[in-house]
Write a protein that binds this ligand. Structure first.
Ligand code: ZN
Length: 183
Protein backbone atom coordinates (compact mmCIF):
# COMPACT_ATOMS: atom_id res chain seq x y z
CA UNK A 1 0.00 0.00 0.00
CA UNK A 2 1.09 3.50 -0.78
CA UNK A 3 1.32 6.57 1.40
CA UNK A 4 -0.37 9.76 0.23
CA UNK A 5 -0.32 13.46 0.84
CA UNK A 6 -3.85 14.85 0.83
CA UNK A 7 -3.79 18.49 -0.16
CA UNK A 8 -6.52 21.04 0.45
CA UNK A 9 -7.08 23.03 -2.73
CA UNK A 10 -7.89 26.65 -1.81
CA UNK A 11 -5.00 28.33 -0.03
CA UNK A 12 -2.56 25.48 -0.69
CA UNK A 13 -2.69 24.56 -4.39
CA UNK A 14 -4.27 27.76 -5.63
CA UNK A 15 -4.28 31.24 -4.22
CA UNK A 16 -7.45 32.28 -2.42
CA UNK A 17 -8.47 35.87 -1.88
CA UNK A 18 -9.47 36.86 1.65
CA UNK A 19 -12.52 39.01 2.21
CA UNK A 20 -13.93 39.84 5.63
CA UNK A 21 -11.81 37.10 7.25
CA UNK A 22 -13.07 34.45 4.83
CA UNK A 23 -11.29 32.75 1.98
CA UNK A 24 -13.07 33.42 -1.29
CA UNK A 25 -13.16 30.34 -3.51
CA UNK A 26 -12.40 31.21 -7.13
CA UNK A 27 -15.52 30.59 -9.23
CA UNK A 28 -14.19 31.40 -12.69
CA UNK A 29 -11.02 30.69 -14.64
CA UNK A 30 -9.83 34.29 -14.46
CA UNK A 31 -10.01 34.16 -10.66
CA UNK A 32 -8.05 30.91 -10.55
CA UNK A 33 -4.30 31.20 -9.92
CA UNK A 34 -2.15 28.15 -9.22
CA UNK A 35 0.19 28.59 -6.26
CA UNK A 36 3.52 28.41 -8.08
CA UNK A 37 5.42 28.03 -4.80
CA UNK A 38 3.71 24.67 -4.31
CA UNK A 39 5.14 23.12 -7.48
CA UNK A 40 8.76 22.40 -6.41
CA UNK A 41 7.50 21.18 -3.04
CA UNK A 42 5.02 18.81 -4.64
CA UNK A 43 7.75 17.59 -6.98
CA UNK A 44 9.87 16.79 -3.94
CA UNK A 45 7.05 14.84 -2.25
CA UNK A 46 6.28 13.00 -5.47
CA UNK A 47 9.94 12.00 -5.84
CA UNK A 48 9.83 10.66 -2.30
CA UNK A 49 7.14 8.24 -3.48
CA UNK A 50 3.97 9.84 -2.13
CA UNK A 51 0.73 9.86 -4.06
CA UNK A 52 -0.51 13.44 -4.28
CA UNK A 53 -4.26 13.81 -3.88
CA UNK A 54 -6.16 17.10 -3.85
CA UNK A 55 -9.42 17.33 -1.91
CA UNK A 56 -11.90 20.17 -2.02
CA UNK A 57 -15.34 21.13 -0.72
CA UNK A 58 -17.22 22.85 -3.56
CA UNK A 59 -20.69 23.56 -2.17
CA UNK A 60 -21.21 26.11 -4.95
CA UNK A 61 -21.99 23.15 -7.21
CA UNK A 62 -25.07 22.15 -5.25
CA UNK A 63 -25.96 25.73 -4.30
CA UNK A 64 -25.84 26.59 -7.98
CA UNK A 65 -23.24 29.38 -8.10
CA UNK A 66 -20.32 27.23 -9.33
CA UNK A 67 -20.52 25.91 -12.87
CA UNK A 68 -19.27 22.34 -13.24
CA UNK A 69 -17.69 23.18 -16.57
CA UNK A 70 -15.74 26.10 -15.15
CA UNK A 71 -14.62 23.97 -12.19
CA UNK A 72 -13.45 21.19 -14.53
CA UNK A 73 -11.41 23.73 -16.52
CA UNK A 74 -9.79 25.01 -13.31
CA UNK A 75 -8.92 21.46 -12.32
CA UNK A 76 -7.46 20.70 -15.74
CA UNK A 77 -5.07 23.61 -15.20
CA UNK A 78 -4.27 22.42 -11.69
CA UNK A 79 -3.46 18.90 -12.90
CA UNK A 80 -1.40 20.21 -15.79
CA UNK A 81 0.71 22.52 -13.63
CA UNK A 82 1.08 20.39 -10.51
CA UNK A 83 2.04 16.69 -10.29
CA UNK A 84 -1.29 15.58 -8.79
CA UNK A 85 -2.37 11.93 -9.00
CA UNK A 86 -6.04 12.58 -8.37
CA UNK A 87 -8.53 15.15 -7.17
CA UNK A 88 -11.66 14.50 -5.10
CA UNK A 89 -14.56 16.94 -4.84
CA UNK A 90 -17.44 17.17 -2.40
CA UNK A 91 -20.14 19.00 -4.39
CA UNK A 92 -22.61 19.12 -1.50
CA UNK A 93 -24.01 21.76 0.77
CA UNK A 94 -24.01 21.36 4.56
CA UNK A 95 -27.74 20.70 4.46
CA UNK A 96 -27.19 17.65 2.18
CA UNK A 97 -25.63 15.81 5.17
CA UNK A 98 -23.31 13.88 2.85
CA UNK A 99 -20.43 11.76 4.18
CA UNK A 100 -17.81 13.59 2.10
CA UNK A 101 -17.99 17.27 3.05
CA UNK A 102 -14.92 18.03 5.16
CA UNK A 103 -14.55 17.95 8.22
CA UNK A 104 -15.99 14.51 7.46
CA UNK A 105 -13.45 11.99 6.21
CA UNK A 106 -15.37 10.68 3.16
CA UNK A 107 -13.05 12.09 0.50
CA UNK A 108 -10.00 10.61 2.24
CA UNK A 109 -11.68 7.21 2.58
CA UNK A 110 -12.84 7.24 -1.04
CA UNK A 111 -9.32 8.07 -2.24
CA UNK A 112 -7.82 5.39 0.02
CA UNK A 113 -10.18 2.79 -1.42
CA UNK A 114 -9.52 3.78 -5.03
CA UNK A 115 -5.71 4.05 -4.76
CA UNK A 116 -5.00 1.46 -2.01
CA UNK A 117 -3.61 4.09 0.34
CA UNK A 118 -2.30 3.34 3.81
CA UNK A 119 -3.98 6.16 5.73
CA UNK A 120 -1.82 5.75 8.82
CA UNK A 121 1.30 6.50 6.79
CA UNK A 122 -0.39 9.40 5.01
CA UNK A 123 -0.51 13.12 5.67
CA UNK A 124 -3.09 15.86 5.29
CA UNK A 125 -1.87 19.34 4.38
CA UNK A 126 -4.15 22.36 4.72
CA UNK A 127 -4.60 25.78 6.24
CA UNK A 128 -8.01 24.88 7.77
CA UNK A 129 -9.28 22.96 10.78
CA UNK A 130 -11.76 20.96 8.69
CA UNK A 131 -8.93 19.05 7.03
CA UNK A 132 -7.17 18.40 10.34
CA UNK A 133 -10.43 17.00 11.71
CA UNK A 134 -10.91 14.75 8.66
CA UNK A 135 -7.30 13.59 9.05
CA UNK A 136 -7.91 12.76 12.69
CA UNK A 137 -10.97 10.65 11.85
CA UNK A 138 -9.20 8.86 8.98
CA UNK A 139 -6.02 8.23 10.96
CA UNK A 140 -3.68 10.47 8.95
CA UNK A 141 -1.15 12.89 10.37
CA UNK A 142 -2.24 16.51 9.86
CA UNK A 143 -0.01 19.48 9.16
CA UNK A 144 -1.65 22.89 9.08
CA UNK A 145 -0.15 25.93 7.49
CA UNK A 146 -0.52 28.68 10.09
CA UNK A 147 -3.62 30.73 9.28
CA UNK A 148 -6.65 32.32 10.87
CA UNK A 149 -8.62 29.18 9.95
CA UNK A 150 -6.58 26.69 12.01
CA UNK A 151 -9.27 26.56 14.70
CA UNK A 152 -9.01 25.21 18.25
CA UNK A 153 -9.61 21.53 17.38
CA UNK A 154 -7.20 18.64 16.99
CA UNK A 155 -4.22 18.97 14.67
CA UNK A 156 -0.81 17.36 14.81
CA UNK A 157 1.49 20.14 13.58
CA UNK A 158 1.18 23.82 12.68
CA UNK A 159 3.93 25.17 10.45
CA UNK A 160 4.79 28.71 9.39
CA UNK A 161 5.41 28.08 5.71
CA UNK A 162 4.73 25.50 3.03
CA UNK A 163 8.42 24.75 2.54
CA UNK A 164 8.93 24.14 6.26
CA UNK A 165 5.80 22.00 6.27
CA UNK A 166 7.08 19.77 3.47
CA UNK A 167 10.43 19.34 5.26
CA UNK A 168 8.47 18.22 8.33
CA UNK A 169 6.59 15.61 6.28
CA UNK A 170 9.89 14.29 4.88
CA UNK A 171 11.40 14.16 8.35
CA UNK A 172 8.40 12.39 9.95
CA UNK A 173 8.15 9.98 7.09
CA UNK A 174 11.87 9.12 7.17
CA UNK A 175 11.87 8.52 10.89
CA UNK A 176 8.69 6.48 10.76
CA UNK A 177 7.55 8.70 13.61
CA UNK A 178 3.88 9.07 12.76
CA UNK A 179 1.09 10.01 15.06
CA UNK A 180 -0.36 6.82 16.45
CA UNK A 181 -4.07 6.48 16.30
CA UNK A 182 -6.12 6.08 19.41
CA UNK A 183 -8.34 3.48 17.84
ZN1 ZN B 1 -20.27 15.67 -0.01
Amino acid sequence: MKAAIFLERDGILNLARVERNHQVTPLTLDQFHVNQDAKPLLDELKSAGFLLIATTNQPGLSRGYQSRRELDLMHQILRRELPLDDLFICPHDETDHCPCRKPKAGLLLEAAFKHHIDLERSFVVSDKWQDAQAAHVAGCTSLLLKSQWNGPGHHDFVMNGLSELVQKVMQLSASGCLILNQF
